[in-house]
Design a protein around this ligand. Structure first.
Ligand code: C2E
Ligand code: CA
Ligand code: CA
Ligand code: CA
Length: 277
C-alpha cells in the first residue's frame, strides 16, 4: 500500500504532454508498473434518488514513482495501443473481485462496475477469465457489472455479441458508458442484451441551462424507458443538475455532488456511515 491510501482526494498531474519520447517512456514505465504492482483501484459510489449507495464504479489509478498519480485518461490509451491493457484489465478485475469477496464476507453486497476496453472485449478469453474469477472468489455473478463504451462496442460488434450474450446468460449486467457520444444509430440498442445507459457527463455539465443538453438527456431517458433499460447519469456535480435529472426519472447518479472516486478505506468509511445512519 502506498501513501496515497490515506489521502481522501488524489490530485492528478496536469494533462501529460504526450510527445513521442514521453509516450515511449510511459510505455516502458507501464511495463515496469505492471511487474511492480503499482496500480490500484479507486471506487466511486453510484447512488439512487434518495442518495443511497447502490453500487460503485472501479477506476484504475497508477502511482508513478516520479510523476505521481497519472490519470487513466493518459495511460489507458497507451495501454490499449501496446496491448498491455489485457494484463492491466486482469489486474483491475482481480483486485475488484478480491475486494468484492472481502465485502461479501462482511455481508456488504455492493455491485461494482469495471470498465472494459476494446481489446479486452474482443479477447476470446474474457468471458472465461471473468467467470473463473467470480467462481474463485465465491461471488454471485450479479456483483460484477461491466461498462463498455458505445463506440468501442459498435466497432467490434461481431466479436462482442457472443461475449455479451454469455454475460447476459450468466447474470452479469452490462452498461453502455458515455452514452450519446458515439454512434448515431440507435438500432443496436434493441438487438443487444444491455441493462443500463450511462448518460455521458458532457451532457450533464451544463444542465439545466443548456436547452440542447436538456433535449438530449430527455431523449435518452425516454428511449431507455421505452426499451426497458435503466439510466444512470455520470458527472453530476450540482443540486440543479440532480433536480433536473430526477424530474426525468433517471434512476441513479454518479458524480462529485455525491462522492469522488475514493481509495478503498475511504470508500468503506462512506459505506459504514450510510449503514449506521
Ligand atoms: P469513465 O468510465 O467515463 O469514468 C468516469 C470518469 O469521470 C472518471 O475519471 C471519474 O473520476 C470522473 N468523474 C466522476 N464524477 C465526476 C464529476 O462529477 N465530474 C467530473 N468532471 N468528472 C467526474 P477517471 O477516473 O479519470 O477515468 C477516466 C477514464 O479512464 C474512465 O472514464 C474510463 O474510460 C477509463 N478507465 C478508468 N479505469 C479504467 C479501467 O480499469 N479500465 C479501462 N479500460 N478504462 C478505465
Ligand atoms: Ca465508466
Ligand atoms: Ca463514462
Ligand atoms: Ca469517458
Amino acid at each position: 500500500a502506498w501513501l496515497l491510501r490515506n489521502q481522501q482526494i488524489a490530485i492528478f498531474q496536469p494533462k501529460l504532454q504526450t510527445s513521442l519520447k514521453d509516450k515511449a517512456q510511459l510505455e516502458e514505465d507501464l511495463h515496469k508498473a505492471l511487474e511492480s504492482n503499482s496500480f490500484d483501484v479507486f471506487y466511486q459510489a453510484k447512488v439512487d434518488s434518495k442518495g443511497q449507495i447502490v453500487g460503485a464504479e472501479a477506476l484504475a489509478r497508477w502511482f508513478h514513482p516520479t510523476r505521481g498519480l497519472i490519470s487513466p485518461a493518459d495511460f489507458i490509451p497507451i495501454a490499449e495501443e501496446t496491448g498491455l491493457i489485457i494484463e492491466l484489465g486482469k489486474i483491475v478485475l482481480t483486485k475488484v473481485c478480491k475486494q468484492l469477496q472481502l465485502w461479501f464476507e462482511k455481508g456488504i453486497k455492493i455491485p461494482v462496475a469495471v470498465n472494459l476496453s476494446a481489446r479486452q472485449l474482443i479477447n476470446q478469453n474474457l468471458q472465461d477469465d471473468i467467470l473463473n474469477l467470480l467462481h474463485q472468489h465465491r461471488l454471485p455473478n450479479e456483483l460484477l457489472e461491466l461498462e463498455v463504451t458505445e463506440t468501442l462496442l459498435l466497432e467490434n460488434l461481431d466479436a462482442a455479441l457472443p461475449i455479451l450474450n454469455a454475460f447476459h446468460r450468466n447474470g452479469i449486467k452490462v452498461s453502455i458508458d458515455d452514452f450519446g457520444t458515439g454512434y448515431s444509430s440507435l438500432a443496436y440498442l434493441k438487438s443487444l442484451p444491455l441493462n443500463t445507459l450511462k448518460i455521458d457527463k458532457s451532457f450533464i455539465k451544463e444542465l439545466p441551462n443548456n436547452e440542447n443538453d436538456k433535449a438530449i438527456v430527455e431523449a435518452i431517458a425516454y428511449i431507455a424507458k421505452a426499451l426497458g433499460l435503466s439510466t444512470i447519469a455520470e458527472g453530476v456535480e450540482t443540486k440543479a443538475q440532480l433536480n433536473f435529472l430526477q424530474s426525468l426519472n433517471v434512476c441513479c447518479f454518479q458524480g462529485f455532488y455525491f462522492y469522488k472516486p475514493l481509495p478503498v478505506e475511504a470508500f468503506e468509511d462512506v459505506m459504514n456511515q450510510q449503514i449506521t445512519h
